[in-house]
Design a protein around this ligand. Sequence first.
Ligand code: HEC
Ligand code: HEC
Length: 191
Amino acid sequence: MKQRWSRLALAVGAMTISAAASAGPSAAMLSNACSGCHGTHGGSAGPSMPSLASQSKTAIVEAMKKFKSGDRPSSIMGRIAKGYTDEQIELMGDFFAKQKFHATSQMVDAAMVKHGASLQESNCSRCHLDEGKDGKDDTPVMASQWLPYLQMQMDLYQSGARKMPEKMAEKVKPLSKHDLEALLHFYASQK
Ligand code: HEC
Ligand code: HEC
């Protein structure tokens, strides 16, 4: 028994060494390149940038692949995403998914937040779970994202430049501009 354990320990040790030798930059090192805008631990550094912390790995990886292919319009991410292999994107997705949810304090309109709260349950909560704090599968975390970022993305969806998931479009289309704006105030205020 004892001998088996030590053989296992040797095998594990060898695996660790070969992984370290062949993997290139670690997830944390790769993610450093994102920290100027997305923060060291994925907490957004400014109002036009989303927080990546606690987003699901799938949401981050899917977004990066869409930026890379040009499927999702961007100001800067298209150029950045092209610099990474799929494997590196997976590593960074894993890194940011493990970081703690980032809460922001921002100016929002209290009446709009209230109106948004009354709409989100029946329109958005099926996918944007737990007041937008829980991003599942390909759904991004919405809670505490900066209002200007959310407004920019909603404009891109509305203009057709960014493609909305079909089931989301079904919910968004019947809502007025005022309703949608209220929903964004609501999500921005959640922490
Ligand atoms: C110069 C600033 C900057 C840097 C550096 C940067 N980003 Fe971004 N990121 C943005 C902006 C701005 C957006 C919004 C899309 C756009 O306009 O490009 C964004 C959006 C994203 C999104 C979409 C998130 C969502 O909620 O939909 C992901 C994922 C992302 N970035 C990942 C990364 C990763 C990974 C890195 C590091 C390799 C990185 N970014 C580096 C500015 C930056
Ligand atoms: C059927 C599921 C679903 C429903 C319902 C839904 N969404 Fe989404 N939402 C998603 C997914 C998936 C994404 C990311 C898709 C992509 O890559 O563009 C997203 C992205 C977003 C984004 C961009 C966030 C970012 O970080 O870039 C906004 C804003 C948004 N949704 C608002 C809403 C609002 C407001 C409602 C309710 C009126 C709603 N959604 C209903 C699934 C849904």
